[in-house]
Design a protein around this ligand. Structure first.
Ligand code: PLP
Length: 393
């Protein structure tokens, strides 16, 4: 290194992509608080508050509800490696990047992944889950992604959970993008295990993965014949730190736990119903604005997520160039497509703090500008008018 780099000063960005979302200043301030040791009684008391707040957002009484150290993928691995053993059969919904990732993790854990596929943008049907379960010898687990961030599809869970139980299997839900943005009701829906991430609708920086294990999952854990293949993510060991024993396992990311606590406090202050309504309203206004520009959403009608809007890129428009313009000329980040949707969609996230009326209107105005620059004919303000009408409806 020839010269010491200066202090890092990130440019101002309006984060309207698939995550991370904007973070409330109170959460950033919480991260700047002095460190405590991971076994300090004050930190331990705080851990209990984080667990209680997580139970609130997951709508569960599950005692084993806590944040795994790591991002959403760590939560995914934690659930899978603890619940499956080599040779197990797992029915997994695959209709986007994250179902595909689950299948990959299931196979790495030595289990066989029975893939139930749906075209990207569509949801997996309960009948498909049922047919797959019927073809299994002894299915151990059914796993579905509640909010498929790569496509914007909103997967219904309760019927699949019921079918899993009818076949003696557990039910696992990926709630990375859904938690805090749409209802997630682990107990009412009989979800046995779930994981999430902090950087989506909880509006906290990435770095923790809230997980929850219910009584049936704990029984499966107790009855394992083989050791969990990951030491770091072994929930039985983690439980000794997050439960009453307080045995050191690994050094908890202290500041991230402060941040999560504050982010969850903000969620609880707003109230879940109001938060879900806010996400829905902003989505409706965005969708109205996009429609006025002749743009359509890629996910199946009736199953569109409010916090993740995959927008089909019109013919003749350069997907990456528009995204580049939004970033460099307007300071707005949106996402591009992944896998088969690469180059074909923009992904607009309205998650947590990012889901605000002002942001919807700012984005629509910038998009009008960027589409004009692409040579599209746009009547100035048309999308803003449509969004405003949607807000007053
Ligand atoms: C639905 C879903 N599952 C899992 C993940 C993985 O989370 P992370 O990127 O935080 O590891 C993501 C991330 O976008 C996601 O959207």
């Amino acid at each position: 290194m020839t010269a010491l780099p200066g202090e890092f000063a990130p440019p101002t960005r309006l984060l309207l992509g698939p995550g991370p979302s904007l973070v409330h200043p109170r959460v950033l301030a919480a991260m700047a608080a002095p460190l405590l040791g991971h076994l300090d009684p004050a930190f331990i008391a705080m851990m209990e508050e984080v667990k209680a707040l997580l139970r609130l957002v997951f709508a569960t009484e599950n005692a084993l509800t806590f944040p795994v150290s790591g991002t959403g993928s760590a939560g995914m691995e934690a659930c899978i490696v603890n619940l499956v053993e080599p040779g197990d059969e797992v029915v997994v919904g695959v209709n986007g990047v994250f179902g595909t990732r689950m299948a990959e993790v299931i196979e790495r854990a030595g289990a066989s992944a029975v893939r139930v596929e749906a075209p990207w943008g569509r949801v997996v049907r309960a009948e498909q889950v049922q047919a797959a379960l019927k073809n299994c010898r002894r299915p151990k687990l059914v796993a579905l992604v509640h909010a498929e961030t790569s496509t914007g599809a909103w997967q219904p869970l309760p019927d699949a959970a019921r079918l899993a139980h009818e076949h003696g299997a557990l039910f696992l839900a990926d709630c990375v993008t859904s938690l805090g943005g749409v209802p997630v009701e682990l107990d009412a829906w009989q979800v046995d295990a779930a994981y999430s991430g902090t950087q989506k609708c909880l509006s906290c920086p990435p770095g923790l993965a809230p997980v929850s294990f219910g009584p049936r999952a704990l029984e499966v854990l107790r009855e394992r014949k083989t050791k969990v293949r990951s030491w770091y993510l072994d929930v039985t060991l983690l439980q000794q730190y997050w439960g009453e024993e307080r045995v050191y396992h690994h050094t908890a990311p202290i500041s991230m736990n402060y941040a999560l606590r504050e982010a969850l406090r903000l969620v609880a202050e707003e109230g879940l119903p109001a938060r879900f309504a806010r996400h829905r309203k902003n989505h409706e206004a965005l969708a109205a604005g996009l429609a006025a520009l002749g743009l359509t959403l890629a996910a199946e009608e009736g199953h569109r997520l409010p916090m993740l809007n995959a927008v089909t890129v019109p013919d003749g428009v350069d997907e990456a160039r528009v995204r580049g313009r939004l970033l460099t000329e307007h300071g707005i980040e949106i996402g591009g497509g992944l896998g088969p949707m690469k180059g074909r969609v923009w992904r607009i996230g309205l998650m947590g703090e990012s889901s605000r009326r002002a942001h919807v209107l700012t984005l629509l105005a910038a998009l009008e500008d960027a589409l004009c620059a692409e040579g599209r004919r746009v009547t100035a303000g048309v999308s803003l008018a449509a969004a405003q009408t949607a807000y007053t409806a």
